[in-house]
Each structure stands twice: as structure tokens, then as C-alpha cells.
Design a protein around this ligand. Sequence first.
Ligand SMILES: [Zn+2]
Length: 329
Amino acid sequence: MFDLLKKLTQTTGVSGNEEEIRNVIKEEIKGKVDQITVDTLGNLIAVKKGNGKKIMVAAHMDEIGVMATFIDDNGFVRFSSIGGVNQYNSIGQKVRFNNGTIGALHYEQKLDDLKNLKLSKMYIDIGVDSKEEALKLVGIGDVACFVGDCVKQGNIIISKALDDRSGCAVVIDAINNMPKTENEIYYVFTVQEELGLRGAKTAAYQIKPDLAIAVDVTLTGDTPNSHLMEVKCGKGPAIKIKDRSIICHPKVKKLLENSAKKINIPYQYEVLEAGGSDPGAIHISAGGVPSGAISIPCRYVHSPVETACLTDIENAVKLLIESLCSFSG
Ligand SMILES: [Zn+2]
């Protein structure tokens, strides 16, 4: 699992530019499903045919990043955020453009108080001294992801883009280890989740599933002085109850609870007060779809040091497999 996480997190795939990560995922699941397609928006849809219920599994393959907006005469690149980029998490980080160009992200020195820091006061230094030189490396509209290597220490994984490549890894591992089931399963690696659940919406319309389960990360309440929240790293995958985009369907919550009990893994409940996720778009698509999610507890979400527990990720795979096999309507 660690090798897969490393491969997926270290591949670039900023929202709207998911080609590279899509190709990596396609390679991982080739031959394991009956059909693989890419839809108009770029969602990767892998189908395991069956005569039973139609289930949609969603994990978003995009990640947050930045987009070049303006280059000054000295070659410094201004940028706008793609998804929820936090200015404080960005200080002193490296970003990587799709062509491999690395930039140092920093802020204007004249800032009197860090509290006033905005992304518009920050810039990317790609080590050139003119606009002309800069434009050879970075074009207006080019996107870059944050750089954050993937390390394993004991049971924890630290990396950029565990949101949501850890979810993608769970779905890939489930595909590779699925026992025979009658259910027809649509594994969807969605695009542009970080920009407002865009890919999941069109995929759900097209598939019209009987049920949907997303796999994504969630915040935790287990770090110093953190927002009060029950979810903790290492205490098992969380069954989503709500976030700002959805109240999960009781049918899905029950299915996930019963499945976790049956395979005897630890689990917890997620009530997320900030943020939305793919099931938020899926459940109001195609006449309504009972939807829910398996959430991987993750600290420092949307930073280059996202931190999650390997055992939670592995248990999420088992929970997903059991749920997909046992759903009967
Ligand atoms: Zn996510």
C-alpha cells in the first residue's frame, strides 16, 4: 500500500489538469475491470459488470495547486489558487509546474504584519531575472502542484495530496482485491472536486447509480488545540454523517456500519463542519442517489504535510469491499 500511495501522491494532477494522474491510475487497474472510459470532463470510469445493483464508487484524483496569472519584469510569477490553498501553509514551499519547473513560494518582504498575508501578496520565484526568461518556463494559465515527498514512519504517512490520492489508493486496492459479486460497480476517479465537486456531478448523471459511496479524507480533532471533532487518526475509517454538502443517506450509513461490524474493524463517525465532498454532488444528481462516504482521517489537509495512518487506509479498503459485496438494495 505504501508504494501505491507514494506513486499516486507524487504524481501531479491539479484540478482541471488531471491527465498525468489519470494515466497512472489507468495503468494500475488495467485488466482488472470490464471497461475503462474517460468522460467529457475527464473522469476515469472503470466498470465491473454485473446483474445486481448499480453502485458508484467515487474518489477524486485532482489536488489543490496554483495557477500562474501574471509575470513581472523581473520574472517573478504571481498566481491564483486552484482549490482551497491556505496562504500560511504556502510560505516557504516549493511548487512544481507540469513541465517540471520548480518554484519557491514566498511573500513580499514589506508586509508589516503576517496577519495581513494574502495570496495576492505572494509570488513564485523560478530563479530567472526577466519576464522573457520566465515565459520560457511558465506560461500564463499554467498550473503547479505543491511539492511534498511521501514518507512512512511507523504507522503514519506524511505527504502532499493524500487528499485524495489516499482515497484513490483505497479504490484501486479494492478493485484489485474484489471477490466475485453480482453488483455492477462503477469505480469513478473524479476530476475537479476541489473546485466544487464538478466531475462527480456529471458522472453521477451519466451512471444513475442505485447507491454511491465516496472515499475521501476528512479533518481530525486530535492535534494541539484543534477544533473539537470526534475523528482521530488511527481509530479506523470514518463513516460520514454530514459535511457542508450533504447529510448522508441512512441506508448508506447503515450499510457501512453493518459492514464494519461484520468484518470487525474499528470505525468512527464523521460530522464535518467545514467543506464539501463528492457525495454532496452525487446525491442530488439524476433524480437523487442514496449517498455516503468512507473518510480517511487526515491531519493538516491542504498542506504539503498531510498526515494519515496506514492502518486506517488499509481498513478503509476492507470496509469498501465488504460494503460493495453486501449491498442488495
Ligand atoms: Zn478531498
